[in-house]
Structures are given as structure tokens and as C-alpha cells.
Design a protein around this ligand. Sequence first.
Ligand code: FES
Length: 161
Amino acid sequence: MSSLKPEIVEKIKSLILLYPAKQAVTLPALHLVQDQERCVSQQAIVEIAALLELSPAEIHDTMSFYGFFKTELNPLGKCRLWVCRSLACDLRGADDLLNKLINKLGVAPGQTTKDGMFTLEEAECIGACEGAPCVLINDVHCHNVSDADRLIDDIRKSFRL
Ligand code: FES
């Protein structure tokens, strides 16, 4: 049974036309699948490989090299919450913020809450040092974050979680 939605297959096929080699579409394809499915399953790896005329092992190698992608054993929550721990954020309390989030959500970095709402992550500099300490909420920066309770409440409201 096919795992990739038809629209994802069509997007991957359209990307193939933009690159000189199908292999170059590996990362964009992995992102497309994870964005939609919140993970890249073994079946999705097989199907991406078939589309790109590669072996599933080649897709898996790329996927595991980056550590960004999740398998079906550990899928992303609706909200992937990255806490920056690089220098500027660290100096302005990121470690304290991360510990509060660990306690509030009841998960360690890299894990997803039981309700499937939040995946907590640690990040290196996310390019918003002027707003330290900052977090990335999926793809959106949030600056000067010090109140973990308020952060989670605001996210729940905006995601209607
Ligand atoms: S150090 Fe945190 S965004 Fe740069």
C-alpha cells in the first residue's frame, strides 16, 4: 500500500525536473514528507527511493546523517519547539528556559509529549541572537523568551491545541 499522498508524489516529481540529478531531490523530498506526515516512515523511504531511482539505503543514509528527520517510531508533535542553547542564548538564560520546558512538558529534548502536541528540541544558533534567549516554533522565531508557562500557553492558543 502506498504511503505517500498523491500531492506529495507530484511535488517530488516536479522537483526532479529542477535538478540535474534525481539524487539532489533527496533532502527536499524528505522535508516534504516530514512536513506533511510528521515523520518519514520506512514505507515512505522505499517510495521516495523508487521515485528518485535510488536504493532505500541511500535515502536512509541521507535521512539519518542529518538527525533532523523522525521515523514512525518517534514522530513529531504538531509543534516542534526548538530551544537555542548557543552562546548568546545561553548567556541570557536558555538553559533555565529549557529545564523549565522539560519539567512543564514532561519530556526530554528529542521527545514528544504523550498527547502528540509538542516535540521539544535543543538547537544550535537559530540566527536570532539579538532576541536571545529565543526559540523556534516550527518555522517561526520567538524572541526574548523567559517564561516557559506563558510560552506554552501562547502556543496552545495560537495552534488551538
Ligand atoms: S545564540 Fe541563540 S539565536 Fe544565536
